[in-house]
Design a protein around this ligand. Sequence first.
Ligand code: ZN
Length: 81
Amino acid sequence: MIAIDYVTAFIIYLFAWLITLAILWAREIWRLKNYDWTLSSKERLCHCDNCHFAFLIKHGENITRCPRCNEMCIMRKRRGL
Ligand SMILES: [Zn+2]
């Protein structure tokens, strides 16, 4: 049997945990890269304040009517878009 002292055993334990965390981190980065999705169309998502229905509107429109309840919906401009 291989005789190891406590310091060596602790260092081996610590490295095993670091390797496990590095593998899980790399797996998470790989998963986010493969399963990440973005809205690539030019339409924007509008949310009706009256009936909470979400629908797509064209890029240049700021005011539209909700297809469900026919309420006027104003698309507010957000910073950074
Ligand atoms: Zn609505």
